[in-house]
Ligand binder design. Structure first.
Ligand code: LLP
Length: 439
């Protein structure tokens, strides 16, 4: 399934017009959206496909594109990834379970977690997945286990290149102090010692952050880790029978745009910079791994959330709607760092135009004051039953769902714009499912 995708055919985002057209058609489909569906998440399934095919076209064929499950763990998404021959990056044992259930071959699974138990490491080693260790102690645990069990796993180590943070501190992981990986500047010699000591340690992993880290920071971190890898390989060369580090994992983190007028860096541009600044990654000495998540999914989905009430005041309006900090956790708890563009459609899904005299606060249904997904928002005149279309909701939204107030997780509908076919890829959570969660 390796259909070629021209770089320029990779869409940057979905348009408001496309969303409205899709919603109008979906609303007319018998039994697809019921009265209970006060909010629905729509995924354009062709979008992640094009992005993954685009990645495969750009990078060497031997590259493992391990798509980050944490960005979107829906089995329907994992199936797309698997069908296209890509892999997955998992950050916990349950994510590993999701990957196994989806049928990924162990060699296409990259297991990253900063807090793996002995049992989890043993499980992963027996399964034969690629493991990125996060600390010296974890490497020692792996060594203990490799003495007593057989494993087909390859093992790398996450190195923190200590190049600083991007604009969003909570998603930047390569600062001088970080909970992730082994800090390179502080541990250069010990790192070297471990690479020379453990002959099974053959990978280097580096990840700078997610969103907010511009590519030059990402490149700086990758280059620094690559320079260290070169040093390690020079030393290994001097050792009788010493085999070089052969896998380099550049992590994910390519930022996307949440602003319809934004001009995000393209994967092609990032790849070009990598080729220029880190050419060794492409000369065949390493098997490359990438771990993109947000780039694959963020712009592929949107939410249609009904307006239940409009509270009209003298100088402002509040639109009360059915998703808030449960689905848009980052936006509500950290509003300065995150943004979601919002459009307004009528009951029939048609785009509403014009401008209300007052600006809107868009508030979710949860019982706390910070449950607000937009402030000072210019909208056409909104009414009960209209739909707010919340853009760019495909990554780190449903996967970060918050259980506060026990609201039911909305239905997720996948569609293909070419044929306008719809499938429910996740049913709205039932009250019984919810009860089970709490019992
Ligand atoms: N690889 C590793 C080791 C990661 O930690 C991450 C994301 C990725 C890859 C994927 O990064 P991406 O390409 O998706 O930017 N909204 C969340 C973001 C946490 C990201 C965590 N790591 C949050 O606000 O916590």
């Amino acid at each position: 399934m390796n259909k070629p995708v021209k770089d320029h055919s990779i869409k940057a985002r979905l348009s408001e017009a496309e969303m409205c057209k899709t919603l109008s058609i979906a609303l007319k489909q018998d039994g697809l959206i019921s009265g209970e569906d006060t909010a629905v998440i729509f995924y354009d399934l062709s979008f992640p496909e094009d992005r993954i095919l685009g990645l495969k076209n750009l990078f060497p064929p031997s590259t493992l594109h391990a798509i980050a499950v944490k960005a979107n763990p829906l089995p329907a998404a994992l199936n797309i990834v698997k069908e296209l021959g890509a892999g997955v990056e998992v950050a916990s044992l349950p994510e590993l379970y999701l990957a196994e259930k989806a049928g990924f071959a162990p060699e296409n699974i990259v297991f990253d977690s900063p807090c793996k138990t002995r049992h989890e490491i043993e499980y992963a080693l027996k399964l034969g997945v690629y493991i990125n260790a996060d600390s010296f102690d974890e490497l020692d645990r792996i060594d203990d286990l490799l003495k007593i069990l057989k494993s087909g796993s390859s093992v790398g180590l996450r190195i923190n290149p200590q190049v600083g943070t991007g604009t969003i501190v909570s998603t930047s992981v390569a600062d001088t102090i970080s909970k992730f990986g082994v800090p390179l500047d502080d541990n250069h010699d010990k790192l070297m010692e471990y690479y020379l000591k453990y002959s099974w340690l053959k990978g280097v992993h580096v990840h700078i952050g997610s969103q907010g880290c511009e590519v030059h920071l990402m490149l700086k971190g990758i280059k620094k880790a690559l320079n260290f890898t070169r040093e390690v390989n020079q030393e290994l060369k001097k050792m009788p029978g010493g085999k070089p580090v052969d896998t380099f994992d550049i992590g994910g983190g390519l930022p996307v745009s949440y602003d319809p007028s934004g001009d995000p860096i393209t994967m092609e541009a990032y790849h070009k910079l990598l080729l220029k600044d880190c050419s060794e990654l492409f000369n065949g000495q390493f098997r490359l791994i990438t771990e993109f998540g947000r780039y694959i999914y963020a712009n592929s989905a949107w939410v249609a959330s009904k307006i239940e009430y409009v509270k009209r005041e003298r100088t402002y309006n509040i639109a009360m709607t059915h998703v808030g900090a449960d689905l848009f956790l980052r936006k509500c708890y950290n509003p300065g760092d995150w943004h979601h563009h919002i459009s307004l459609a009528g009951k029939d899904g048609e785009l509403k135009r014009g401008k209300d005299k007052n600006k809107y606060i868009v508030a979710g249904p949860l019982c706390f004051a910070g449950d607000v997904i937009a402030k000072d928002l210019e909208l056409p005149v909104a009414a009960e039953g209209d739909f707010l279309l919340i853009h760019d909701a495909g990554a780190y939204t449903l996967s970060m769902w918050s259980r506060y107030n026990s609201r039911q997780i909305p239905k997720v509908i996948g569609y293909r714009p070419g044929t306008m076919t719809f499938e429910v890829i996740k049913e709205r959570e039932s009250k019984d499912d919810l009860y089970e969660f709490w019992t």
